[in-house]
Design a protein around this ligand. Structure first.
Ligand code: NAD
Length: 277
């Protein structure tokens, strides 16, 4: 079945399902991304930090797919927030990816104390890079409501996307709702909590009911909630499995049962953006 798209606040759209390449080793990335393309994925989520942009670029080039048919996201590294450094970092990403623009460029982490907490200048730089056509859309990642409010108040420019940790054990509703109120689309990273949710009795029960796997039920829950996801796997069978979620749906009461699995801070798999610096 066709992968749906989500409309962004700048008039562009993004495939709601993509393929994440965090922790995919550089020398395995081309093959992993080609496997994802074969399974129908047309959206790749990488980052300067992952050190595998060149592999994504090789896969794009060797896939035979047209550039405009693939959505590519990368993210600014934490050591590159200063405006001139951020500009040079995107140029380097474009060379690694061998493209003339990315579809989406994100500030990876707000880093609320490093650089004197000045992620506002970083954000302004990204908006300039978008105006220059080097990134079709720009956004942020790991921004809490107060971080979002600050960049919007100080620049008047609303990000297209906020990419945050969201899965059944950390539903992160405050950051999701703050994004939604500003018409910022939410991308849910670690959508299956790197596997931590897959033995949950509720997910196992629903998986049996629909003849799906717990991973597929979890990914479908994200789709029902309107979030954008890019599960990661280097196992071809799982890459296919994670895309096979468009032939069933979950009614509202089942979506709510999964949402109720939230463990709050205890469910977090990554660092808290307020203290990660
Ligand atoms: P994920 O939730 O996608 O889980 C991936 C892991 O789950 C795999 O390594 C594999 O062990 C397992 N898995 C995958 N599919 C499975 C299946 N069908 N059945 C059983 N096990 C399965 O975790 P992730 O890779 O951390 O997150 C996805 C993507 O999100 C990343 O690749 C990256 O692109 C992005 N991300 C962004 C940030 C950020 O700070 N912005 C942080 C982490 C991840």
């Amino acid at each position: 079945a066709q992968i749906p798209t989500v409309s962004l606040n700048n008039g562009t759209s993004i495939p709601q399902l993509g393929f994440g390449v965090y922790q995919v080793p550089p020398d395995e990335t081309e093959r992993a991304v080609l496997t994802a393309f074969e399974a129908g994925y047309r959206h790749i989520d990488t980052a300067q930090m992952y050190q595998n942009e060149a592999g994504v670029g090789r896969a794009l080039r060797n896939s035979g797919l047209a550039r405009e048919d693939v959505y590519i996201t990368t993210k600014l590294n934490n050591d590159s927030h200063e405006p001139a450094v951020a500009r040079a970092a995107l140029e380097q990403s474009l060379r690694e990816l061998d493209v003339d623009h990315v579809d989406l460029f994100l500030i990876h982490w707000p880093l609320p104390t490093r650089y004197g907490g000045d992620y506002v200048s970083t954000w302004r730089t990204l908006t300039e890079l978008a105006a220059e056509g080097k990134a079709t859309s720009v956004g942020v990642s790991n921004f809490h409501p107060e971080h979002l409010k600050r960049i919007v108040d100080e620049t008047g420019i609303v990000p297209a996307i906020n990419q945050i940790e969201v899965h059944p054990y950390l539903t992160n509703e405050d950051a999701r709702l703050a994004s939604g109120r500003l018409n910022v689309a939410v991308e849910a990273w670690s959508p299956i909590a790197q596997g931590a949710v897959l033995d949950d009795p509720v997910l196992v029960e629903l998986a049996e009911k629909y003849g799906k796997t717990p991973a597929q039920v979890t990914l479908r829950w994200h789709i029902e909630r309107g979030d954008i996801i890019f599960p990661k796997s280097v196992t071809p069978e799982r890459v296919k499995e994670n895309a096979d979620i468009f032939d069933f749906s979950l009614p509202a009461d089942e979506v709510n049962r999964i949402t109720a699995l939230d463990k709050g801070e205890e469910g977090r798999t990554g660092p808290n953006p307020d203290t990660f610096d």
